[in-house]
Design a protein around this ligand. Structure first.
Ligand code: GLA
Length: 352
């Protein structure tokens, strides 16, 4: 079931809405999304005694999302998520230039022009909502007349998100969702006690500007080893060059078992809050997962008047590896008329 309520107004006067999706199952989840940026604004998930709490950081007033680019709360980020070395995109025989908005590099396309800042078209049905957003050839610095689609669908305690994009020319597409989770409830304090398990035997080390060096490094023996569940806080302040480059965790992990032909997601991460018992299992068809412990979230006032700070949430961002065009050996996020973009992420909630 989907209910729609007014949520805010774009600077040009167009209204945007809040869509609440739930299938009504006892023990299920309720998901809220908005057509501004195809953004996830909330997920109510049960703890081990069935109590529902919103586990996603965000804002009560829709218009706060208009100025969301600093932290990208819940947003659909693209067409080019994460960092692109020198903002340089060699694709289809030409080189395109993304804005150099983080030193010489590009982060998340553009704060004002990116997909997170657009009003998407929406079509709601019984099980969910499909958002669509067009980008003309050259928009956001990238080639191709493109159509992006994101579908949010809820079945019991699972949110399934399907991304599709088509383009009439070869182009670069690396989408992600940037929801920040705190399984004890948004605004409830530190997440350093949450346990994380990653199906990742390797990660991509980065330089001081957060650009992957191209190395694929085994996690064994490093603070990045989450192959066995481990508290986020255990090694977050380890004396380690990579930890200091990220000011904590802000790194791409290489999720085991990537298969470009796969049509169903594989488990990438299991996040568990031992206090509430809430567990989030994230599955994806994508090759990488950026883990970001919100290290740069300054004091932000979010839902219910809660103040948010660093390390009080964790973003799990499925995506192609950052700067993949510049690094041999990284899967290339290049799509075009003969190769549409498709990705599926599932957020499966449970409690134990
Ligand atoms: C990603 C980046 C972070 C930060 C956030 C947005 O997670 O890796 O460094 O830029 O986006 O605030």
């Amino acid at each position: 079931m989907v209910t729609v309520t007014p949520f805010g107004t774009m600077p040009d006067g167009r209204p945007f809405s809040l869509y609440e999706i739930s299938d009504g199952t006892a023990g299920g989840i309720t998901v809220r999304v908005t057509d501004l940026g195809a953004t996830i604004t909330g997920i109510d998930a049960p703890d081990r005694s069935g109590t529902l709490t919103d586990v996603v950081l965000g804002f009560d007033e829709g218009n706060r999302y208009l100025d969301n680019a600093a932290a990208y709360f819940g947003a659909t980020v693209g067409p080019s998520a994460n960092r692109t070395l020198d903002g340089r995109v060699p694709v289809g025989g030409s080189v395109y230039q993304l804005p150099q908005n983080e030193g010489p590099n590009n982060l998340h396309t553009d704060p004002a022009q990116g997909l997170h800042a657009q009003l998407w078209s929406a079509l709601a049905d019984n099980d969910g909502v499909t958002f669509a957003c067009a980008a003309a050839d050259g928009a956001c610095g990238l080639p191709g007349n493109r159509l992006f689609m994101v579908r949010y669908e809820v079945r019991e305690a699972t949110l399934r998100v399907t991304y599709r994009a088509v383009s009439d020319a070869e182009t670069f597409i690396n989408l992600t969702n940037h929801a920040y989770f705190n399984l004890a409830g948004e605004g409830s304090g530190s997440v350093l006690g949450h346990e994380l398990e990653l199906k990742a035997r390797a990660f991509t080390p980065q330089d001081a500007a957060h650009i992957p060096t191209g190395e694929i490094r085994p996690v064994a023996g490093t603070p990045f080893d989450f192959t066995v569940p481990k508290a986020l806080g255990k090694d977050i302040d380890a004396n380690d060059e990579q930890i200091s480059f990220g000011s904590g965790y802000d790194h791409n992990f290489c999720i085991d078992g990537f298969n470009a032909e796969a049509t169903e997601p594989r488990v990438a991460a299991v996040l568990h809050d031992p206090v509430s018992g809430r567990t989030l299992t994230l599955a994806t068809t994508l090759p990488g997962l950026q883990i970001y412990t919100g290290n740069f979230v300054g004091e932000e006032y979010g839902k219910n008047g809660h103040a948010y700070h660093g390390r009080e949430s964790v973003a799990l961002e499925p995506q192609y590896y950052p700067s993949n065009l510049a690094r041999p050996g990284f899967e290339k996020a290049v799509f075009g008329p003969l190769k549409p973009y498709c990705a599926i992420n599932e957020y499966r909630f449970s409690a134990r």
